[in-house]
Design a protein around this ligand. Structure first.
Ligand code: SF4
Ligand code: SF4
Length: 586
C-alpha cells in the first residue's frame, strides 16, 4: 500500500516500479489494455481544446504511464517492448517528467472516459501514477504540504481544534443575530443527532458565509444536527495525491465520529471531491462497512423543500444565475438534479450551462490543481473553455456546489475579466429562505466588543483604499492607510493594528513579500491578515505553508458583506482570545 512520502527524501526507482505492480487493480489493467488509440476522447479534454497541443490529448497523456505497463506487465511488451511502445522507468528525471503530465496536465476530471467506447478511465490511471510519485516525494509542493497537514492535524488547513471550536462559537452568535433567535445553535458533539455535518476547512477559515447559510437552513428546518469536535474535515487530499493510506485515514477519522456520537446519517457540505471521497472512495480505502448513510447537503436541502420544512422565495435572488457542475459531484458522484431543483426554487432566472451535468467541463481547478502553483499559468490558459461556457449563458452570477470550484472559477473569472460573482448553492438557498425575520446579510454594525478597533488598509489603488476605509469606518472601525507594501510594513510596526487588509499586486514590495515579513516578525506575526486582491498569486500563501497562511481572503471586486464578515470574524476571535476566561475572578 502506498503511504506518505519517504521522509528520508530518497528516491528509489525500484520501489516505484514495484509499487506499480502492487497498485494494478483489475480496473486499471482493463484501462491500460483497452485503448486502441482511436482518438475519440481527444476533443473532450479542456487541456487539448484550449491549447490544440497533441501532447494534451488524453490518450497521449495516459500513454506516458501506459509505457510502464507495456514494459512491465504486457506479455508482448515484456518480450519486445519496442514493438508495443513499452518503456520502463530508469531515472529520476523520467519521474519528474511524469509529474508534469499527471499533476500538471490533467485534473483527473474523467470527462474523456465518457467519450471512450471502451470506458478507459483516465482519472483512475492518472491517480495511480500520482500515488507512486507521491510515495517518492515527487509531487507539487502544495500537494505535499497540504497532505502533511491532513496527516498531522486531521484537516487540510491545519486548523487547531481550539480555533475550530472558537470559530463555531462565533458563528453561533452570528446565527443568533441573523435569525433573531437567542436559542439558535451550532451544536458540537451532540449525541444521537439525526445529522452529523462535516465540512470543508475553507468554510471554517475563509468562507464563513457558506457555513452560516447552512446553519440557517438547519435552523429553519428544525433539524436535530451536530458537528463533530474532531474528524470534521470532509476533504481528502488522498484522492488528489493518490495516497490511499491518507485517503483511508481521513475517511476513517470522519466515520468514527458518526459512530462515536451515534448519529443517524452523515451529511457532507458542498464539496465535490469531499463528497466523492467520503461517500464513494474512502469506505473502500479504509475497508469499512459503514453502519450509517452518507448524503450531500444538496440532497438534504431538497428533502427540506419537498417536505415543507423550509420555504423559499425566489424573488430574493432576481439576477440570472447559471450552475457549474463540479466534476466529482456530477460525473463521479451522481449529483446533478438536486442543485438545479434548488436553484430553480431559490432564484428567479436560472440558466443552464452547455454542455452540462456529466458532460460539463472542469472548472480547471480540480484534482488538487488549486494547490499546484507550479502550473497556475497553464491552469488559467486551459480555463478558457470554462470561461466561454459561462459567457455563453448570459448569466450575471454563477452557482456551484464545491468550495474548490468556487476558487477555480473565481480565478478564471478574474483572468478572463468576466465580472460574475460565484457562490455556493446553499448561499442562494439561505438568501431565499422564508423566515419570520429576514437576515441582514452581515451589513450590521460591528459588535461593541470590537468597535473602534484599528484596521490597516494596504493597497496601491486609491479608489480601493477610499472604498475599504469608508466601508470599515461606516461600521464602527478606525482605519489607517498605506499606499504600498513598504508603507504597510512601517504602519504595522508603528500602529500595531488589530487587523490588516493586504493587497497582493502592488508596485515595489509585493503583498506576498509583505505578508511573509509580517508572519516572520515575532512582534507582528499574530496580527490577523486578510488578503484583499484581484491577483491569483496569493493562493501560494494559502497552500505552500512556508509561513502560517492568511486569516482570510476576499476577492476583488469586493463583496462588502464578505469583507465585513471576514474582518468581524478575525477581530472577534482575537478579542475572545485576549479576554480573561469566564469565572477567573478578575
Ligand atoms: S481526465 Fe479530464 S483533464 Fe484528464 S485527460 Fe481526461 S478530460 Fe483531460
Ligand atoms: S477514446 Fe478510449 S480507446 Fe480511443 S484513444 Fe481515447 S482512451 Fe483510447
Amino acid at each position: 500500500m502506498t503511504s506518505a512520502a519517504d521522509p528520508s527524501g530518497t528516491i528509489s526507482i525500484d520501489t516505484f516500479v514495484e509499487g506499480f505492480h502492487e497498485k494494478l487493480t483489475r480496473q486499471a489493467v482493463l484501462s491500460f489494455a483497452s485503448c486502441v488509440h482511436c482518438g475519440l476522447c481527444t476533443d473532450s479534454c479542456h487541456y487539448y481544446l484550449a491549447t490544440g497541443d497533441p501532447a494534451m490529448a488524453p490518450a497521449h497523456k495516459v500513454d506516458q504511464v501506459r509505457k510502464l505497463f507495456k514494459a512491465e506487465v504486457d506479455w508482448l511488451g515484456r518480450l519486445a517492448p519496442w514493438w508495443v511502445g513499452g518503456r520502463s522507468v530508469t531515472s529520476e528525471s523520467q519521474l519528474r517528467e511524469l509529474q508534469d503530465v499527471v499533476f500538471g496536465s490533467c485534473t483527473a476530471c474523467r470527462r474523456c472516459t465518457f467519450s471512450c467506447p471502451f470506458g478507459v478511465d483516465t482519472g483512475l490511471l492518472i491517480r495511480l501514477a500520482r500515488g507512486l510519485l507521491t510515495a517518492q516525494g515527487i509531487a507539487p509542493a502544495g500537494v505535499l504540504a497540504v497532505s502533511k497537514d491532513q496527516w498531522e492535524t486531521g484537516n487540510q488547513m491545519a486548523i487547531s481544534q481550539q480555533d475550530y471550536l472558537e470559530t463555531l462559537e462565533w458563528l453561533q452568535d452570528e446565527l443568533r443575530g441573523e435569525t433573531g433567535d437567542p436559542e439558535a445553535s451550532i451544536p458540537i458533539d451532540k449525541p444521537n443527532a439525526d445529522v452529523v455535518f462535516v465540512v470543508n476547512p475553507r468554510e471554517i477559515k475563509y468562507a464563513p458565509l457558506s457555513l452560516l447559510a447552512a446553519a440557517k437552513i438547519f435552523h429553519a428546518a428544525g433539524e436535530n444536527w451536530t458537528m463533530p469536535s474532531v474528524g470534521w474535515d470532509n476533504t481528502n487530499f488522498g484522492l488528489f495525491s493518490g495516497d490511499d493510506a491518507l485517503g483511508a485515514h481521513m475517511g476513517k477519522l470522519a466515520y468514527d465520529q458518526v459512530i462515536r456520537l451515534g448519529g443517524r446519517k452523515m451529511v457532507v457540505s458542498e464539496c465535490g471531491h469531499g463528497f466523492r471521497a467520503t461517500k464513494w472512495e474512502a469506505p473502500n480505502w479504509a475497508g469499512m462497512d459503514l453502519p450509517f448513510p452518507i448524503e450531500s447537503f444538496l440532497e438534504t436541502m431538497v428533502e427540506y423543500v419537498n417536505t415543507g420544512r423550509i420555504a423559499l422565495d425566489p424573488s430574493r435572488n432576481p439576477k440570472p444565475v447559471t450552475y457549474h457542475d463540479p466534476c466529482n459531484l456530477a460525473r463521479s458522484g451522481g449529483i446533478t438534479e438536486e442543485p438545479r431543483f434548488l436553484l430553480k426554487h431559490a432564484c428567479l432566472d436560472f440558466r443552464e450551462m452547455t454542455p452540462n451535468r456529466q458532460e460539463n467541463f472542469c472548472c480547471s481547478g480540480g484534482g488538487g490543481a488549486m494547490s499546484m502553483s507550479e502550473y497556475t499559468q497553464r491552469r488559467l490558459k486551459v480555463a478558457r473553455v470554462k470561461a466561454d461556457q459561462i459567457t455563453a449563458t448570459g448569466a450575471t452570477a454563477v452557482a456551484t456546489a464545491c468550495h474548490n470550484c468556487v476558487d477555480g472559477l473565481t480565478d478564471l473569472i478574474k483572468h478572463y475579466k468576466l465580472k460574475v460573482p460565484v457562490r455556493n448553492v446553499c448561499e442562494y438557498v439561505g438568501d431565499a429562505l422564508v423566515v419570520e425575520r429576514p437576515h441582514v446579510a452581515g451589513l450590521d454594525m460591528m459588535p461593541a466588543s470590537v468597535r473602534g478597533r484599528t484596521v490597516l488598509v494596504v493597497d496601491d489603488d486609491p479608489d480601493t483604499v477610499v472604498y475599504l476605509t469608508a466601508l470599515l469606518e461606516d461600521h464602527g472601525l478606525r482605519t489607517v492607510r498605506a499606499r504600498n507594501g513598504s508603507e504597510g510594513l512601517q504602519a504595522a510596526r508603528q500602529e500595531r493594528p488589530d487587523a490588516i487588509t493586504l493587497d497582493i499586486a502592488m508596485p515595489g514590495r509585493s503583498g506576498i513579500d509583505v505578508f511573509t515579513r509580517l508572519r516572520s516578525n515575532r512582534e507582528l506575526a499574530s496580527i490577523p491578515v486578510i488578503i484583499v486582491t484581484g491577483a491569483i498569486e496569493f493562493r501560494e500563501l494559502v497552500y505552500h505553508r512556508n509561513v502560517p497562511p492568511p486569516d482570510g481572503y476576499v476577492e476583488k471586486p469586493v463583496r462588502p458583506e464578505l469583507l465585513l464578515m471576514s474582518v468581524r470574524k478575525v477581530l472577534e476571535l482575537r478579542h475572545r482570545a485576549a479576554a480573561p476566561p469566564a469565572g477567573d475572578g478578575r
